[in-house]
Design a protein around this ligand. Structure first.
Ligand code: SAM
Length: 238
């Protein structure tokens, strides 16, 4: 099977998982208004999740999850080896869902951390509806903070754009990164992370790609293609 065939198969299978959770993703008037407002402003936004977690998930949840799935596919078969995974700023579970789907690992222990209880309620509901293998816990946490253990892999999508002071503060950055970290974010944030990477870390891979939105999801994702930028970093031996 070619690389493209594998990508298409992953996307189609993942679309089925997303559709299983469609009650969380159906657009409504609030999510359409949010999407239109964000598109018209064309800038990096910081949302009020206390008020708009539900609208955010309906407007961006599926699209973000598809982007994360695409970024994760660059890990190849190694994805099955990460058991302790931490999703920073997990929101309504976009990255967690994509990771658990691709990892397909009953030994996975995935922990999502977020400051917004409204987002966490959605992430718990999402993962319980999806019924993917692994153990999942979603906890309220103001980050950056001590996590208490070193995850095999830390994942974060669109968290650094809301916390860009962490990029330029080596001590805070160190606090947030596991043995490895995979970040999905805006192109300019990924660029900044690459440029500011503190001593003790190295770039394992950096990718950009276009994701074709599966036809089955076009009612939920108001675009045919989405671009994704990611960086995979690791700790150096010394
Ligand atoms: C843009 S959303 C992204 C959510 C999800 N990762 C995704 O890709 O859809 C950013 C999330 O990070 C959380 N967040 C932002 N700053 C935070 C902080 N300092 N501590 C904890 N959570 C934070 C927000 O509550 C929100 O759920």
């Amino acid at each position: 099977m070619t690389y493209v065939d594998v990508q298409v198969r992953h996307l189609e299978g993942f679309a089925e998982t997303l559709l299983k959770c469609n009650h969380l993703y159906h657009p409504n008037s609030d999510s359409i208004a949010l999407l239109n407002a964000v598109n018209s402003r064309r800038q990096i936004e910081i949302f009020d999740y206390g008020r708009s977690a539900d609208a955010f998930t309906r407007a961006f949840g599926m699209r973000n999850s598809l982007k994360c799935l695409r970024a994760l596919s660059s890990l190849g078969g190694a994805i099955h080896q990460y058991e302790r995974v931490c999703d920073l700023g997990c929101g309504s579970g976009a990255f967690s869902l994509a990771f658990a789907y691709l990892a397909d690992n009953p030994d996975l222990e995935l922990r999502g951390l977020d400051a917004s209880e409204s987002q966490l309620l959605l992430s718990r509901e999402l993962m319980s509806t999806a019924g993917l293998p692994g153990r999942f816990a979603f906890e309220r946490r103001n980050l950056p903070a001590q996590i208490g253990y070193l995850p095999d892999l830390t994942i974060a999508s669109y968290w650094f754009c809301e916390n860009d002071h962490v990029i330029t503060n080596p001590a805070l950055f160190d606090l947030m990164v596991g043995r490895e970290m995979l970040i999905v974010d805006y192109e300019k944030i990924i660029e900044r992370i690459a440029i500011c990477l503190p001593r003790g870390f190295r770039i394992l891979a950096r990718n950009s790609a276009l994701v074709e939105i599966p036809a089955a999801l076009t009612n939920f994702v108001a675009q045919e293609w989405a671009s994704v930028y990611s960086i995979h970093i690791g700790r150096t031996a010394d």
